[in-house]
Design a protein around this ligand. Structure first.
Ligand code: FE
Length: 326
């Protein structure tokens, strides 16, 4: 198994309310804006080592702009680009983005945009933001319930197998967990290049619309912070969808909420378990089995509402939160 991709770098989101979206990440999640350019703002958490892990770009509809991955080396970048080209998927080199060197941008089988690079800029804290901890790239913020780093992204796809196989066969991800439906085909997949259970997940989109986005997750490492954040979100009418609770798949402690632009955001209190076994056998949940279905989603805590399995961005007719929760 190759490891030509090493790490999730950043997620770019579209927002029809960029000022409110940026304020959400700053005020509630304690993130900082490191750069603004054109219609975009770039943000990072206080233990994100690179210049940004979140890009917010103004657009008519919420949704995913792109996901950026870092290769394990320049040679690894060239190898994975060679495999993407050989797969027939469309792509092109770009060097236009802030703080990122040459990157190969390409489309996933259902048009989610991704980018892979090797060169990028690290965040260098100015004196007033410098931490006394030499392994922390900036001081812990004094506002919000500050997240520590980006964790993962989740895509909605019409054909899980098609997208899963691209991630495994072309990009070199490992399939860590999978949910299989009554037809035996996958309805959800969790994939990683590190010992995390996933840097990316995908779940079946019942709307039949391609290219939708489910959520991006930031990590606390301390489950109590989910309760602290939930308290603050409730005080300020920021809608929450599920949690704080614990997933069966991945075993992570989670909270889902919606930023003002409409994108779903997940907070991870804890990653659950980690994988060190080089011969890992994919964990399979049989979601045609009612008990497995419920347990894989929720180990304990309240059940997830209908919207969790149907709402994504951009929002499509019949699948708005209002319609799904009516
Ligand atoms: Fe997630």
């Amino acid at each position: 198994m190759n490891t030509d991709i090493a790490q999730l770098v950043s997620v770019g989101l579209f927002s029809p309310k960029p000022d409110e979206t940026i304020a959400f990440f700053h005020d509630y999640l304690g993130m900082m804006v490191t750069h603004r350019e054109g219609q975009s703002a770039y943000l990072r958490a206080y233990e994100d080592f690179y210049q940004y892990t979140l890009k917010i770009t103004e657009a008519a509809q919420p949704g995913l702009e792109e996901i950026t991955w870092r290769a394990s080396s320049q040679e690894g970048l060239e190898r994975v680009v060679g495999r993407i080209k050989a797969s027939g998927m469309s792509g092109a080199w770009t060097d236009k983005d802030y703080a990122h060197g040459p990157a190969y941008q390409f489309c996933m089988p259902e048009d989610h945009t991704m980018k892979i690079l090797w060169d990028l800029e690290y965040f260098k804290a100015p004196p007033e933001l410098r931490s006394k901890l030499r392994n922390r790239p900036s001081k812990r913020p004094l506002h919000g319930i500050p997240v520590r780093r980006i964790d993962h992204a989740n895509l909605m796809v019409c054909d899980v197998k098609l997208n899963r196989d691209f991630m495994v066969d072309v990009l070199g991800f490992k399939l860590r967990e999978q949910k299989e439906g009554s037809d035996g085909g996958p309805v959800g997949a969790w994939l990683s290049v590190s010992n995390l259970v996933h840097e990316i997940a995908m779940m079946r989109d019942p709307s039949g619309v391609r290219g939708r986005f489910h959520h991006v997750a930031y990590w606390y490492g301390v489950p109590q912070h989910l309760h602290d954040l939930a308290d603050v979100l409730a005080e300020n009418d920021i809608p929450m969808e599920g949690g704080p609770a614990k997933h069966g798949a991945t075993q992570a402690y989670f909270l889902y909420c919606f930023e003002p632009g409409g994108n779903r955001i997940e907070l991870f209190g804890d990653n659950g378990y980690q994988i060190f076994d080089p011969d890992w056998q994919t964990v399979v949940w049989d979601v045609a089995n009612e008990a497995d279905l419920l347990r894989s989603s929720i180990w304990y805590g309240g059940q997830l509402p209908r919207s969790f399995y149907r709402y994504g961005t951009p929002v499509v007719p019949g699948y708005s939160l209002e319609e799904l929760n009516a």
